[in-house]
Design a protein around this ligand. Sequence first.
Ligand code: HEM
Length: 494
Amino acid sequence: MHAASAGASLREVDDLPSPRGLPLLGNLHQLPPATHHLTLERWAAELGTPYVFHFGTTPVTVWNDIELSHTVLRERPQRYRRYAPIERILKEFGCNGLFSIEGEAWEPQRRLVMQALSIPHIKAFYPTLAAITERLRRRWEAAARAGDVVDMIDDLKRFTVDVTSTLAFGEDPNTLENERVLIQEQLAMLLPMLMARVNAPVAYWHYVKFPRDRKFDDAMVAVHRHIRELMTRARARMRENAAAQACEALLAETSPEPSNLLEAMLALRDEPGSGITDDDVSANVLTMLVAGEETTATSIAWALRFLGADEALQTRVAAHARHVLGDAAVCPNYGAMRELDLCEALCTEASRLHPVAPYLSLEPLEEVRLQGVRLPAGTKMFLLNRPAMLDPQNFADPGRYDPDRWLHDHRQIQDAASGCPAHRGAHEPRAYLQFGAGPRVCPGRHLAAVEMRLVLSMLMANFTAQLAVDPAQIREICAFTAVPSAMPMRLALR
Ligand code: HEM
C-alpha cells in the first residue's frame, strides 16, 4: 500500500463531496458528451478537490491539484495505469498501441516510439517537414487567390497526417493535395467514438448497432485494410534494402538500421520470441496516426482563434517570422526553426486557456491513499488540467492571452527591470500539463512543437489571416480531446 499523504482521519470515496445525481443514472444526465469537461470543471469550482461524481453506478473521483497530478503521473506504470475502459475500447477498435497498452509490453514499444520521435530523427527529417509545410502554403495561396474561406482545422489535420505518416511509416499520403481523403474522414471518427463508448454506462454496441456504429465499423475495416497495405509495402521495402544494408553494415561493423518506426516495429515483431504480432504493429500505426493528428492540429487551431482576432499580434509575429525566414516562404532549416520560440508560445498559451487535453484519466493498480482519501485499486480518477492553469498563483493575470509569458527573454527582461524575481508575476510551468508528465509523457511533443513553429511562421510570413466567424461563437467540443467547434478563416497574401 502506498500513502502519498498521511491524513489524520482517512476518508472513503463515498465520503467525498458529490453533485446530486439520480439513482442508477448517477450524474450521467448532467454530462452532455460534448461539454462534460466544462461541467466537471464547474463542479470542481463548487465542490473543491477531490470530489466524486457517478457515471451510472461507477464512482469517478476528480482531482485538481498539480503536485498530486505529478505524483500520480510519475508513478506509472507500476502504481497507476490509464483508465481501464480506454484500453478495453481501443482493443475493440484494433488500436491498443502505445497510448493504452499496460504492463511489460509498454516499455519496449515506448523505446521504439521515443527513438522514432527523437530530436536527431526529427532533425534529419526536417527537409521533408519543410516540404510538407510548403505544400500547405501552396494550398493556402490557392485559397487566398480564390477568396475562399478556409476550414483551418481540416487543413491542419491534413498537414499533421501527412507529417506523421511520412515520418513514422515512410509513406506520404499527400492528403494536402488530394481533395477527398477517405483515410482522414475515417480517422476523424475514432476519438469521438472512443469517448462515447468509454463513457457509455452499458456496452450497447455489443447487442445492437445504430447507423453511427455501423458506419464506424465500416470505417475501421477500411482503416485496417489501409494499414495492412502499408505494412506489406514496408516489408517489401525492407526486403529490397536488406541485402544492400547488410553489406554496408558488414563493412561498418554495425547492424542494419530500420529507417522509420514502422520498419523498426516490424523488425522487432520478427525477432524470435518477441511476443509481438502483426495486430500489435497495426495497432501502433493507428495509435500514432490518431495521437499525432488531432492534438497538434487542434493546438495550432486554438492559436489561430487569438491570432485571427488580433492584428497587432499578427504584425509582430509576421515581422519575427520574416526576420527568421529571410526570403524563404518556409523556415529553411532546423537551426532557424529553433529561433521561432514565439510561434510555439502562441500555441502553448492558447492551450493553457483551451486545453487540448482537459483532463487525464487514470486508476491505481493497488490501494493508495491520496490526500487522506483511501482509493481501492481500480478507483477511477480524473485529473483536471485547466483549473491550475487559470489559477493566479500559477500564472499572473491568468485570463489574458499572453504568449510572451512563455518566452525566456521576456521573462529575463522583466526580472532585470523589476530587479526582483518576486515582482515578475507568477509563472509555474509545472501547472501546464498539456503533454502529461512522468514516464508516459507525450513522446510526440518535440515533433508537435516543430510543426507549430513551421506552420505559424509560414502562415504569418506569407499571409494575413482573419477569422471568418465571431470568436465568441467558437465553442469547445470535447471528443476525447477538446477541439474548437470551427475555425474558418480568410487568408490574404502579404
Ligand atoms: C500538441 C500536440 C499534442 C498534445 C497536446 C499531446 C498530448 C498528449 C497527452 C496529454 C498524452 C498523455 C501523457 C500522459 O499520460 O502523461 C500523450 C501521449 C501520447 N502522445 Fe501525444 N500529444 C501531442 C502530439 C503528439 C504527436 C505529434 C504524437 C506522435 C506523432 C503523439 C503521440 C503520443 C503517444 C504515442 C502517446 C502515448 C505515450 C505513452 O503512453 O507512453 N502525441 N499525448
